[in-house]
Write a protein that binds this ligand. Structure first.
Ligand code: GDP
Ligand code: CA
Length: 318
C-alpha cells in the first residue's frame, strides 16, 4: 500500500510514528512543509523536515517534540557572547551540524530534496521524506505590534511572540512561483491513500496546499483523502493553531477545519470522541466523519488513530 502524508512538524511526525506501526509494510511518502524554513546565522534551517526526520529516526527530544535529544547549547552561548542573535530561536549544538551540512550542500548546488535525502541516509526515517518544493517559500504573518503594522517571519510570530498578538493574515511568500519538488506529484498520483495528519491546517498543511499543482493533484487523485483533526474540544491540542485559523477566518472547531479543507479535497475526517456531536455537521458538508480518540498519548494510541484513518479510507473508497 502506498500512503502519502502531508506533514508539518510535531503533529505530523508523531502521527507518522503511529502510522508506521499500524502499517509496517506500507510504502510511505511524506510531503513536508518548508514554509517554516528560516536562515539563521548564515544557515538554512528546516524545522518541520527535521522534526519528522529526528522523530522517525530516533533523535528527537521527546518532551519538547522538536530538536535533538541530549542537546547542549555551547555554540548559541558563544554567538550570544558576540552579541549575535536571535536568542529566541533554540538551536542546539547537535542540531547545528544538520544545518551546516544542509547549507554546505545547498551552497554546492544541490536542491533541498537531494539534501533531505542525504540527511535521511543517516537517520533512516523509514519513509520517503520530500520537501513540498525545492524553491524558497517563507510563511510571513501580518501583525500589529506596539501600534505598528508589519509582517514578520512565521518563526518570529510563533517562537518570539508566542502568537500573543493577533495575526491579520498569513502569507506563504514565494509559494505562487514555487514548483512541487521532484516526486511530489508522482507520489500523489500513485497513492492508494492520502492522509492529512493532525498538523496545523493553515501554516503546515495549508502551506503545502498553496504550492501550485499540489492541491489540484490531491483533488484529482484516485486515492481517498482522509484527515485527522488537530482541534479537539474547540482548541488545538498543543500550540496556537487557533491564532492562525482566526487569521484565515476559520473557527477553532474540528468541523470548521473540515469545512475549510472542503469536500473537494477531503473524503473522510476523524474528530475526537469529545467532538462526536460535530460529526453530523461534517457529514452534511459531504465529508464522511467518525469520532474516535485522537490524543497521541503514546505509540499504541497513535497507531490506533492511524488504523482508524486507514479504515475510513477503505470505507470511502468503497
Ligand atoms: P508543528 O509544525 O510543530 O506546529 O506541527 P504540526 O503542524 O505538524 O502539528 C501541530 C498541530 O498538532 C497542532 O495544531 C496540535 O493541535 C496538533 N496536535 C499535537 N498533538 C496532538 C494530539 O495528540 N492529537 C491531535 N488530534 N492533535 C495534536
Ligand atoms: Ca511547523
Amino acid at each position: 500500500m502506498r500512503i502519502v502524508v502531508l506533514a508539518g512538524g510535531i503533529g505530523g511526525a508523531r502521527f507518522l510514528r503511529g502510522l508506521k506501526t499500524a502499517a509496517p509494510d506500507a510504502d510511505i511518502t511524506v510531503i513536508g512543509n518548508t514554509g517554516d524554513d528560516i536562515h539563521l546565522f548564515g544557515l538554512k534551517v528546516c524545522p518541520d523536515l527535521d522534526t519528522v526526520m529526528y522523530t522517525l529516526g530516533g533523535g528527537i527530544n521527546e518532551e519538547q517534540g522538536w530538536g535533538r535529544t541530549d542537546e547542549t547549547f555551547r555554540v548559541k552561548e558563544e554567538l550570544a557572547a558576540y552579541g549575535v542573535g536571535p536568542e529566541w530561536f533554540g538551536l542546539g549544538d547537535r542540531d547545528f551540524a544538520t544545518h551546516i551540512v544542509r547549507t554546505q550542500m545547498m551552497g554546492a548546488g544541490y536542491p533541498l530534496s537531494a539534501v533531505t535525502e542525504a540527511l535521511c541516509d543517516r537517520w533512516q526515517p523509514g519513509v520517503r521524506l520530500l520537501p513540498m518544493t525545492d524553491d524558497r517559500v517563507e510563511t510571513h504573518v501580518a501583525i500589529e505590534e506596539d501600534g505598528e503594522k508589519k509582517a514578520v517571519h512565521f518563526q518570529e510570530y510563533w517562537v518570539r511572540l508566542r502568537a500573543s498578538v493577533p495575526a491579520h493574515a498569513v502569507v506563504p511568500v514565494g509559494a505562487e512561483q514555487a514548483k512541487p519538488a521532484p516526486g511530489v506529484l508522482e507520489a500523489i498520483g500513485a497513492a492508494d491513500v492520502i492522509l492529512f495528519p493532525p498538523s496545523n491546517p493553515v501554516v503546515s498543511v495549508g502551506t503545502i496546499l498553496a504550492i501550485p499543482g499540489i492541491r489540484e493533484a490531491i483533488a484529482e487523485a484516485g486515492a481517498p483523502v482522509v484527515g485527522l483533526s488537530p482541534i479537539v474540544g474547540d482548541a488545538p491540542v498543543r500550540g496556537m493553531a487557533d491564532k492562525v485559523l482566526a487569521a484565515v477566518g476559520v473557527e477553532s472547531t474540528a468541523s470548521a477545519v473540515a469545512a475549510h479543507y472542503g469536500m473537494g479535497l477531503l473524503d473522510g475526517w476523524l474528530v475526537d470522541t469529545v467532538d462526536a456531536e460535530k460529526a453530523a455537521e461534517v457529514e452534511a458538508a459531504g465529508i464522511r466523519c467518525r469520532a474516535v480518540p485522537l490524543m497521541m498519548t503514546d505509540l499504541e494510541a497513535t497507531a490506533a488513530m492511524a488504523r482508524e484513518a486507514l479504515t475510513l479510507a477503505e470505507e470511502v473508497r468503497a
